[in-house]
Design a protein around this ligand. Structure first.
Ligand code: NAD
Length: 386
């Protein structure tokens, strides 16, 4: 059984799917591991370190893709500048594992199905207790939450902690976190560690206790509708509820030095939580870090991938923050991937068992079919929109 790790070719992707430590464990299990030369270099893992862990370094990309039983990646397969399609390199029946973005870009799933690849999408792993060690959305979101506070703090023209100095007392920074999922909770914890006074808001009332246990104040908005969907995710809320939440949060946004927004609804454009008129009320010098920038942004003024200054407010819309901490992001992702692979391999051979609820949910294509109804629906919507 041959497991291969491809080099990420997207400019903004510095992570790698396996790190040398986990390679050593897979080799010990009797798997053959191939690493594309340079796959780990932007995460500071050298070819020599992979070789020492027992991997074989492959310089020919097409050979690596076409001879893999399991091909591991971080981001979805690409059409290359030189005209080659990575999907076309894969052999029929091969397994591909990565963040495949099947709801955002379902045409990749269609191509994988046509190629008869068994594709497992890390985004589709259920958020259950049993799947925790494979939950790459959480491991990477946690990094994004941490880093959001650091870049916000670096952009803020103020101290974070309260300081009593000979030259006077400095008040602590006020941080307002909107969306208290995995990224939001890590942002709260990080801002607290740096000494800020933190408030947080989420439409799911279930997070109140978690927010409070991290030392932040929970801003509560009572809504007359169910805000939690299956799997604990947030639902898209009605216009009336949106208006009600905006009335309540406006005051907290106005008083904050840093607003960190993380709100997402799976498969949908990110909700606007901070409209232009709310930004206009903020103090000049304040900072917004919009972690939903890739999904369109939670702030109406966000320009994805850019740092802008709008009427004296700095608005940062980072793309792929986990990639900016590639060592630990790769370490955690590598652990998530190897945990998942334990479900796929029996007696050193591939065994994709759809009776397993994790594989059943995460395997988006198999034997020429798109298996997941949400992905089929996303594809249909794409076809209709064209
Ligand atoms: P996410 O990235 O989908 O969204 C981030 C947060 O934004 C969520 O807390 C969501 O409620 C919130 N949000 C959405 N719309 C909003 C709005 N209009 N206003 C304010 N907030 C809004 O969330 P996530 O971090 O991926 O977590 C999703 C769910 O998965 C949560 O219930 C989480 O507890 C759960 N989870 C479970 C496990 C586990 O049991 N193993 C692990 C991780 C996450």
């Amino acid at each position: 059984m041959r497991v291969a790790v491809a080099k990420e070719i997207e400019v903004c992707e510095r992570r790698v799917a396996l790190i040398p430590d986990t390679v050593a464990r897979l080799v010990k299990q009797g798997l053959e591991v191939w690493i594309e030369s340079g796959a780990g270099e932007r995460a500071f893992f050298t070819d020599a370190a992979y070789e020492a862990a027992g991997a074989k370094i492959i310089t020919d990309t097409a050979t690596l893709w076409s001879q893999a039983d399991i091909l591991l990646k971080v981001s979805p397969p690409q059409e290359r500048g030189d005209g080659h399609s990575e999907i076309a390199w894969l052999r029929e029946g091969a397994v591909l594992i990565g963040f495949l973005n099947p709801l955002g870009n379902p045409s990749v799933a269609q191509q994988l199905a046509e190629r008869k690849v068994t594709a497992i999408s890390m985004e589709m792993i259920p958020r259950t207790t049993r799947a925790q060690s494979m939950d790459a959305l959480s491991s990477q979101a946690s990094i994004a939450g941490y880093k959001a506070v650091l870049i916000g703090a670096a952009a803020l023209p103020k101290y974070f902690p309260m300081l009593t100095t000979a030259a006077g007392t400095i008040a602590p920074a006020k941080v307002f976190v909107m969306g208290a999922g995995v990224a939001g909770l890590q942002a709260i914890a990080t801002a607290r560690r740096l000494g800020a006074v933190v408030e947080a808001f989420d439409i799911r009332p279930a997070v109140k206790e978690e927010v409070q246990s991290l030392g932040a104040k929970f801003v509560e908005v009572k809504l007359e509708e169910e805000t939690t969907a299956a799997g604990g995710y947030a639902k898209e809320i009605s216009e009336a509820s949106k208006q009600r939440t905006q009335e309540v949060v406006a005051e907290h946004v106005k008083n904050a030095d840093i607003v960190i927004t993380t709100a997402q609804v799976p498969g949908k454009k990110a909700p606007i939580l901070v409209p232009e008129e709310m930004v206009a009320q903020m103090k000049i010098g304040s900072v917004i870090v919009d972690l939903a920038a890739e999904q369109g942004g939670n702030c109406a003024c966000t320009d994805p991938g850019k740092d802008i200054v709008w009427n004296g407010i700095t608005i940062i819309g980072p793309i792929n923050l986990p990639s900016s901490m590639p060592v630990h992001a790769s370490q955690l992702y590598s652990k998530n991937i190897t945990s998942l692979m334990q479900l796929l391999i029996k007696d050193k051979a591939l065994d994709v068992n759809f009776d397993d609820d994790i594989l059943n949910a995460a395997c988006i294509t198999h034997a020429g079919e798109i298996r997941v109804s949400r992905v089929r629906e996303a594809l249909q919507a794409l076809v209709i929109s064209k």
